[in-house]
Design a binder for this molecule. Structure first.
Ligand code: FAD
Length: 411
């Protein structure tokens, strides 16, 4: 005798920001919703965001938001209906006070990402979403009148299904890229997932000597054989493997995509505020006015202390040389080094160390007004599984919440 299986209106797969938002909105509109999450808690990745402080969005205006993403135009329609101010009032009206910091980044006032997760948890309960934890989904099947979702805890049936199981980054949080295979099996194009917002590994061994050196207000760009592929302004930090910090993380998004297409160079302009003639004049002045000074001392007015010795080695000028003995060629090398301190990229860090995933389900096959698949009616996608990724600063969580919201009001 076959058991009579319950059919839910909507099955949501994945309890990250996108899945929770989709579930809350769908249930708030009267749908009978079940959320399946493989972990024993929702929002494990959310807890790590913004150094555990939860940088949930950014207060930049819409026109500044769109270029921060790959496929940003896909989000335009969603942002018109649920943007940063809507997300902030969503949380504020549900008891989570927020504050704005440097770079217009928005955080919970408590500076605790756990409070964002707790707010979502309370709203799931208030809207009577059935949350099944410890339920890893293994496949998503389209039957004649419903979706059958198979999991290690049995099968679930739903009139509609929303896949929100995230990307492949930081797999320890549960986001192991499972949804890509389901989407492909259902006929979707999946653009190759790649690590993004991650550190950049350089070929130069001496970068290790710079470990811990942080540089602010610098220009950093990536080039393939002289052609610029991306550029950023801001802060970087040298690490034991290469370069990290916000500007480098942002650059990694384009570097990932261009790996294997030629030698990629990272070029850092340490003095972006000065053009070459002005910088050369300043250098000449410093050398002329301090003829007896050793370069390592003279450079204290030009570079952070910890950078001086590695920098002079990098440009092959003896650090103990007196200013009066610096040759024209050496001065030229110093000048080029100040505006083009360069490194060769070996690779980006792996998924294990990347904050987001570039690539995913093609935006061309998802209706941006509803998040419904253009290939499988009744199937929806939200969050990082979609081929959209943004820079640091709250853009990725806003994209997850917005697409989750749109899916939630559309199912
Ligand atoms: C360290 C770190 C810091 C970050 N900081 C920020 C920040 O400050 N601001 C910002 O905007 N973004 C930040 N991000 C990025 C942001 O966290 C993600 O873009 C966002 O969480 C994506 O939301 P999502 O709901 O699509 O996916 P996820 O948050 O990845 O959630 C997916 C959920 O699906 C579940 N799941 C996966 N597979 C299955 C399965 N087979 N069955 C059942 N459940 C499954 C997972 O367990 C997970 O709970 C950060 C990321 C990291 C790793």
């Amino acid at each position: 005798m076959s058991r009579n299986i319950d059919i839910f209106d909507v099955i949501i797969i994945g309890g990250g920001p996108a899945g929770c938002m989709a579930a809350i909105e769908a249930a708030g509109r009267g749908r009978r919703v079940i959320l399946l999450e493989k972990n024993n808690e929702i929002g494990r990745k959310l807890l790590l965001t913004g150094n555990k402080r939860g940088n949930i969005t950014n207060l930049s205006p819409l026109e500044d938001f769109i270029p921060k993403y790959r496929n940003g135009m896909f989000l335009r329609n969603g942002f018109a209906r649920f943007f940063n101010s809507d997300l902030i009032s969503f949380f504020e009206t549900n008891g989570l006070r927020t504050k704005v910091e440097r770079g217009k980044r928005v955080y919970p006032e408590s500076e605790n990402a756990g409070d964002v997760a707790e707010t979502l948890k309370a709203l799931l309960a208030r809207n009577r979403v059935q949350v099944n934890l410890r339920t890893p989904v293994t496949s998503v099947l389209r039957r004649k009148d419903f979706f059958e979702i198979e999991s290690l805890k049995g099968s679930f049936r739903g009139g509609k299904a929303v896949i929100c199981c995230g990307g492949a980054s930081f797999p320890e949080t549960g986001s192991t890229g499972d949804g890509y295979a389901w989407a492909a099996a259902l006929g979707h194009t999946v653009l190759e997932p790649m690590p993004a917002l991650c550190g950049i590994v350089t070929e130069e061994w001496h970068v290790r000597k710079l470990q811990g050196v942080a540089l602010k207000n610098i220009d950093i760009r990536a080039e393939i054989e002289g052609r610029k592929i991306a550029g950023e302004f801001g802060e970087i930090i040298f690490t034991h493997y290469g370069i990290s910090g916000p500007a480098a993380l942002n650059l990694s998004r384009e570097i990932s995509e261009n790996m294997g297409k030629g030698t990629i160079k990272i070029i850092i302009n340490l003095k972006p505020g000065l053009d070459s003639p002005t910088l050369d004049a300043r250098l000449l002045r410093e050398l002329d006015q301090n003829p007896k000074k050793q370069l390592k001392n003279l450079f204290k007015s030009l570079l952070p202390l910890s950078l001086i010795s590695p920098f002079l080695k990098h440009v092959k000028v003896f650090e103990e040389k007196q200013a009066c003995n610096v040759t024209r060629e050496e001065r030229q090398r110093i000048l080029e080094g100040l505006t083009g301190f360069s490194f060769t990229v070996r690779e980006t860090r792996s998924f294990a160390d990347s904050m987001v995933t570039r690539g995913g389900v093609s935006t061309k096959e998802i209706n941006p007004q509803t998040m419904e698949s253009r290939i499988v009616p009744g199937l929806y996608f939200a969050g990082e599984i979609i081929d959209v990724d943004g820079k640091t600063g709250g853009y990725n969580l806003q994209a997850a919440f917005t697409t989750g919201y749109i899916a939630g009001i559309s199912v």
